[in-house]
Design a protein around this ligand. Sequence first.
Ligand code: PLP
Length: 429
Amino acid sequence: MRPPSVDALARSLADTGLPHPLLVDAARKAIADANTDAAGIEERARRYALAAQRAMLGPVINATGVLLHTNLGRAPLASNAEAAYTNLELNLTLGKRGSRHAHVGTLLARLCDAEEAIVVNNCAGAVLLVLAALASGRGVAVSRGELVEIGGGFRVPEVMTQSGAHLVEVGTTNRTRLSDFAGVLQQPNANVVLALKVHQSNYRIVGFTEHVVVSEMASLDVPVVADIGSGLVDAACGWLDGGPPLWLAGEPAAKQSLAEGAALVTFSGDKLFGGPQAGIIAGRASLVRQCANHPLARALRPGSLVLSALQQVALAYLNRNGQAIHFWRMASLGPQDLEPRARAIAAHASVPPKLVVPTEMASVPGGGTLPGVEIPSYGLVLEGDHATRLRAHTPPVIVTVRDGHTWLDLRTVAPHEDDQLVQALRAAV
Ligand SMILES: *Cc1c(COP(=O)(O)O)cnc(C)c1O
């Protein structure tokens, strides 16, 4: 039998909804695979088309219980896709060109009690910009206990090199004192113009340790930059009815770091802040402006999509409405909120009752924040490893496999996704 034409084969896959050029690619690949009969070719072409579809960006159900899952885009985001122009760089009062930092920057500054704030693409970019704008060609003092590597290749010494600033290491890995900082400030050839405090986001040094807090560093003769990374805006958590949850204890916050004397704070938009990927620089107006006016700021600037999503989250904070921020809504659920859903899903999934068991479990904040912290949660344990089949579902369901069994934590599953979860379980088991 002659192989079908590329075009005919591509057309036979139209029901996948993929654009024709991608179907042509799938058809060509299938035909290029030798030794298959015509029917085999069709099946192969369909498999290639579906693989192309799988490779595209799309929604997934996060049943891992990891609130800020790096592979799943950290904080969950709502998107509203209505096309519209914005006043991104138009001052509506004056009718003249404005600044894209004016809108959200102002709200973020209000939130953190800072004089000014600007937004860049991510926190790595924020740190890079701060160092380049304030310390290029000069020294920046950092404790040896804070020469951090964050996942995805953010390493403080390397960012420092890229910025053109010189790293001046202070103290030792486990113990750094204020006098160590004061010592390097007195070395004229070190030319230290900035002290950087980096939050040990994803690790802890325990045992015989000593570190210098922001309020002590504030007594130094140079501005202190606190890279808090994780993006907790205010330790008081006024947006949550119950105040700060226990698991947040000890996490540095933007507002408090500034109040304790940091000249600038930098943090991510998509960690505990609960917004889109972004990096925020907030603090002393003169320093924020130096950052905004540096040429790198142009290369690191976000677009209106990010800024409008960030603005929405900032307004929710200002309205003290944590329920409107998906991350905080999920983070503040108790096991008692999740248990009835777990039982309902188990009842509807048509899986033999002994194979699916509603169970207490523990969620984690994730995203390289709060290492070791667990949040009591509730979900389902499914006998056996069903991760691959659940991931193959539409929408894909991402789970954890522990000791050969499948764990589904409902904290990170939105209630409106429960029905889809039931369908996925039915299909997978
Ligand atoms: C996460 C983190 C960063 C990097 O933030 P991104 O937004 O991922 O670029 C930098 N510094 C600290 C302390 C962090 O925790």
